[in-house]
Design a protein around this ligand. Structure first.
Ligand code: SF4
Length: 296
């Protein structure tokens, strides 16, 4: 079990209630957390009236990956990226493709091994990677750790990569996103109803995050996991492409990935390849120049 000595002070929070509760301001969920309780993401804990990160320095997945696997189609192709993830996620997608990390818990795993930001950079350099990637689970929930690693990465001529659901407050995004060189951000389904019923969150903050990252003039790609009869209608895809055209541009790399039955959505068939080919046709006919299909 982690204790105060092995937890890291969190950023982005304020005291509330009788000053013993804390409100986390890292993501739009805005959890109000009572003493000794943990926020929705499972990795931010109120200890004696202060908020702590339980995942700082405690990656549970470390790998050297091809950058294309993130997926990033047009950022330093042919290079490898040192990838890390922790436990925890701030969404509750019924179709989660990685629930062992998203819903994993440090107390259950009795995971005590500390990996400092300096250790991460040493490992990345030792494995001759060109970048460090925050990935696997949702990096927003370990933003303090990602920020410290990103600063050190740049001091060591390494690029930084973020693979995220984009569900973050503007305040926290302003601290994290400028330290990121390339991101793949999920857009999980282009209606507020889809986000509410299928992910337990909201579409608008995600669109804000995508646009903010684009306006920082960093490399951004966007992934839409296409689920049969949930988010694959022509209307929804066309509306999404309208938004990209109006808020970014038609050269943004767009990924459309096949869903495979997982977590609570085991009764939905995998996405037929023809659905993805059709979406690619629609996008390319509209003039989008970088459309990629995944998991086929
Ligand atoms: S980051 Fe975690 S604790 Fe903070 S508001 Fe989001 S879900 Fe809640």
């Amino acid at each position: 079990m982690l204790n105060q000595e092995t937890s890291h002070p969190a950023q982005w929070w304020e005291r509330t209630g009788n000053n013993d509760k804390v409100k986390c301001l890292l993501c739009p969920r805005g959890c109000v957390i009572a003493p000794e309780r943990i926020g929705f993401c499972g990795v931010r804990k109120n200890i004696d009236g202060d908020l702590y990160s339980l995942s700082y320095g405690r990656p549970v997945a470390l790998n050297v990956d091809p950058i294309e696997k993130k997926p990033l189609a047009e950022f330093m192709p042919g290079t490898t990226t040192f990838s890390l993830g922790t436990f925890g996620c701030n969404l509750s997608c019924s179709f989660c493709q990685n629930d062992s990390l998203a819903r994993g818990s440090y107390s259950e795993a009795e995971f005590e091994h500390y990996v400092s930001p300096e250790n991460i950079i040493e490992l990345a350099l030792r494995h001759k990677c060109k970048s460090v990637a925050f990935t696997y689970n949702e990096p927003t929930v370990f933003a303090e750790y990602a920020i410290d690693i990103a600063k050190l990465a740049h001091e060591n001529n390494l690029k930084t990569v973020l693979v995220t659901n984009g569900y973050i407050t503007p305040e926290a995004a302003c601290d994290l996103y400028p330290l990121i060189d390339a991101a793949n951000i999920d857009m999980k389904g282009f209606t507020p109803e889809f986000y509410a019923t299928m992910t337990g969150s909201e579409l608008q903050p995600v669109l804000h995050a995508i646009k903010y990252f684009y306006e920082l003039k960093r490399h951004v790609e966007v992934t839409n996991l296409v689920i049969p009869e949930r988010n694959d209608s022509d209307e929804m895809i066309e509306n999404w492409l309208d938004w990209v055209e109006e808020n970014m541009d038609k050269s943004i790399p767009l990924h459309f990935s096949a869903f495979h039955p997982a977590f609570k959505l085991l009764d939905v068939a995998k996405t037929p390849p023809d659905t993805l080919y059709h979406i690619r046709d629609v996008a390319t006919k509209r003039g989008f120049t970088s459309v990629h299909l995944g998991n086929i």
